[in-house]
Design a binder for this molecule. Structure first.
Ligand SMILES: *[C@@H]1O[C@H](CO)[C@@H](O)[C@H](O)[C@H]1NC(C)=O
Ligand SMILES: *[C@@H]1O[C@H](CO)[C@@H](O)[C@H](O)[C@H]1NC(C)=O
Ligand SMILES: *[C@@H]1O[C@H](CO)[C@@H](O)[C@H](O)[C@H]1NC(C)=O
Ligand SMILES: *[C@@H]1O[C@H](CO)[C@@H](O)[C@H](O)[C@H]1NC(C)=O
Ligand SMILES: *[C@@H]1O[C@H](CO)[C@@H](O)[C@H](O)[C@H]1NC(C)=O
Ligand SMILES: *[C@@H]1O[C@H](CO)[C@@H](O)[C@H](O)[C@H]1NC(C)=O
Ligand SMILES: *[C@@H]1O[C@H](CO)[C@@H](O)[C@H](O)[C@H]1NC(C)=O
Ligand SMILES: *[C@@H]1O[C@H](CO)[C@@H](O)[C@H](O)[C@H]1NC(C)=O
Ligand SMILES: *[C@@H]1O[C@H](CO)[C@@H](O)[C@H](O)[C@H]1NC(C)=O
Ligand SMILES: *[C@@H]1O[C@H](CO)[C@@H](O)[C@H](O)[C@H]1NC(C)=O
Ligand SMILES: *[C@@H]1O[C@H](CO)[C@@H](O)[C@H](O)[C@H]1NC(C)=O
Length: 476
């Protein structure tokens, strides 16, 4: 590889007369529709430590766009030029020119940003063919199938460069189809596959000596959110003035980059704060975001959505928040205060209508005594009382006491339970159905003793005996 600088003659041979006959860009507006640079063939090769001088000329005020490395170190001098001073000239001086000054230098009109004249300057050092030498690594993101640029730019256009993966002998060389080399950009892999994930570097051989570029860590961000959830599923209730905190958690595969944002009623206008954290585990990454509203207002009620996105995928766990002005207990009977159950019923549930916030405590009383202690068949579940195997003795008065000690709120409700008992005739159990004959004309008293809840209504019926004198019941 010959890195001798054949260009030096060209570099120092610029004549000051170039401008007079500059083949100005003849656009629709004629000469100087774009400012003109004094280097014609679009590139310049300059040894490191020499001075870079560029001149630009146009018919309006001029401005430059410079490589990042050169910004802040160039000296610019503006002047009027041309035979009658009708033109604007700008002289750029950079001394000494360093490797990192390698790049495109553009001159344009100050008030026309779209078009410019460009020259690419290589600041050359045969001992360092890469613009960025050993160091890094830089992280590059790749997507399978999308072009991947490995920006190992060089300081001379004729350097031959190959690409290599750390730990592998095989080198990747330009093939003009999938792997393209450009001394001003680096390697472009048109359709990268999984081979291009890992640590890479470029290598140049100059006069038999191998030079290595910056290292590039090529990384494939995946967008796989395994899960996203809030630390509450149901609707949340809170009191005005309270502090409200929601924790939104997302779990992603390794290499997933996740973006968590919040949408909520006060998002444009509140003293809320958001705190984010990422915790890496061996085979997954946990991201969480904490939304804190220090003092709830009535206007904070509504839907809180945590938007978790990664690439094109997104999940949006949502929860609704109800804000109450003050604590309350609202208690009433569901269907009148007198209830009915039947003896033998497997279970009967007393469930008054209750709305309360914050959640209160409950006590059920039966005829003035704590119900659960009175009978093992009574079971209290929140604001309900469940009676198993309903018996006659379960009839009575049931009182539900609801209280919120902290806020000094108490309510009670008394319900009356009536237990229905099927009517029964006591005599049926003891008297034979076959009455003995009695003398005609004698006086007989027939007794019927009944019981039941509610009190049964008794009705007598008389059936004449059939002709054969036998009671009809016997035939049945
Ligand atoms: C440029 O100058 C620096 C400092 O004087 C020196 O270390 C370096 O070798 C020079 N580079 C070249 C290519 O001459
Ligand atoms: C740019 O500004 C100059 C005056 O500074 C003006 O004469 C010229 O028309 C402007 N060009 C455009 C494209 O606005
Ligand atoms: C680069 O290589 C080409 C072809 O091998 C040669 O014509 C040209 O002069 C070289 N340029 C420089 C600056 O060495
Ligand atoms: C959610 O988590 C935060 C932080 O741990 C906690 O302060 C808050 O009370 C939780 N919210 C709910 C509704 O559980
Ligand atoms: C938020 O939830 C995650 C798990 O879902 C937990 O690891 C983290 O500690 C929680 N943050 C706070 C501040 O409670
Ligand atoms: C995160 O998402 C928000 C809202 O969708 C968006 O404005 C922002 O640009 C995203 N940030 C990143 C780094 O993707
Ligand atoms: C917040 O502001 C944005 C843009 O101004 C608007 O689209 C959005 O609806 C607002 N959100 C709320 C909850 O007011
Ligand atoms: C913004 O905050 C002010 C003062 O807290 C409140 O009056 C106003 O209603 C809020 N606006 C919205 C859109 O939340
Ligand atoms: C309400 O009570 C009436 C009469 O007491 C009864 O007919 C009705 O079935 C009850 N409704 C419910 C939902 O218990
Ligand atoms: C309490 O009642 C609810 C339904 O109202 C039921 O889901 C729950 O299992 C009951 N709990 C007990 C301990 O019986
Ligand atoms: C139930 O509430 C009434 C007033 O609503 C009150 O007079 C009564 O003492 C309360 N009973 C109990 C057992 O708390």
């Amino acid at each position: 590889m010959n890195l001798m600088f054949l260009c030096t003659g060209l570099l120092f041979g610029w004549s000051h007369g170039v401008f007079g006959k500059a083949p100005a860009d003849k656009g629709p507006k004629g000469k100087f529709s774009v400012p003109v640079l004094d280097v014609k063939d679009g590139q310049l090769i300059l040894p490191a430590n020499h001075t870079l001088r560029l001149n630009c000329r146009g018919r309006g005020e001029l401005a430059w766009l410079l490589p990042e490395g050169a910004q802040g170190r160039v000296r610019l001098e503006a002047s009027r030029c041309g035979r009658t001073g009708q033109h604007h000239c700008s002289r750029l001086t950079l001394s000494p020119a360093l490797l990192q000054d390698t790049g495109a230098y553009r001159c344009r009109y100050r008030n026309r940003t779209r078009r410019h004249s460009t020259i690419y300057v290589y600041v050359t050092d045969s001992r360092q063919p890469f613009v960025k030498g050993l160091g890094g690594p830089d992280v590059l993101f790749m997507t399978v199938g999308r072009p991947l640029l490995i920006p190992c730019r060089v300081t001379h256009p004729n350097v031959t460069v190959s690409l290599a993966k750390y730990g592998e002998k095989k080198q990747v060389r330009p093939d003009q189809t999938n792997i393209l080399w450009n001394s001003r950009r680096g390697f472009t892999i048109r359709r990268p596959n999984y081979y291009y994930i890992g640590l890479f570097y470029c290598q140049a051989l100059v006069e038999g000596v191998a030079h290595l570029s910056y290292r590039y860590f090529i990384y494939r961000p995946v967008s796989n959110i395994k899960e996203a959830y809030l630390n509450t599923s149901g609707p949340v209730k809170a009191l005005k003035g309270e502090r409200f905190v929601l924790n939104c958690t997302a779990i992603g595969e390794l290499n997933t980059r996740v973006n968590i944002t919040w949408e909520y009623p006060g998002m444009n206008n509140s003293s809320s704060s958001i705190r984010k954290r990422i915790v890496k585990y061996q085979d997954y990454v946990l991201f969480y975001s904490l939304l804190t509203l220090p003092r709830l207002k009535r206007s904070d009620r509504g839907r809180y959505t945590c938007r978790v996105s990664s690439g094109t995928k997104a999940k949006r766990p949502t929860v609704s928040l109800m804000v109450y002005d003050r604590p309350f207990i609202r208690l009433k009977a569901r269907n009148g205060s007198v209830l009915q159950a039947n003896v033998g019923q497997k279970s009967y549930r007393l469930t008054p209508k209750l709305r309360a916030f914050p959640p209160p405590q409950f006590i059920w009383l039966k005829d003035g005594m704590v119900a659960a202690e009175r009978c093992s068949r009574y079971r209290v579940n929140q604001s309900s009382l469940v009676i198993r195997d309903v018996a006659e003795e379960d009839a009575g008065e049931y009182t539900l006491l609801v209280g919120n000690q902290e806020h000094g709120l108490f309510r009670n409700l008394t319900l009356t339970l009536v237990v229905n008992v099927r009517p029964q005739i006591a005599e049926k159990a003891v008297t034979s159905l076959d009455p003995a004959p009695v003398p005609r004309g004698s006086r007989q008293a027939l007794h019927c003793t009944s019981k039941g809840v509610p009190s049964p209504h008794v009705q007598w019926q008389w059936h004449p005996c059939p002709a054969d004198g036998l009671p009809s019941a016997r035939r049945a």
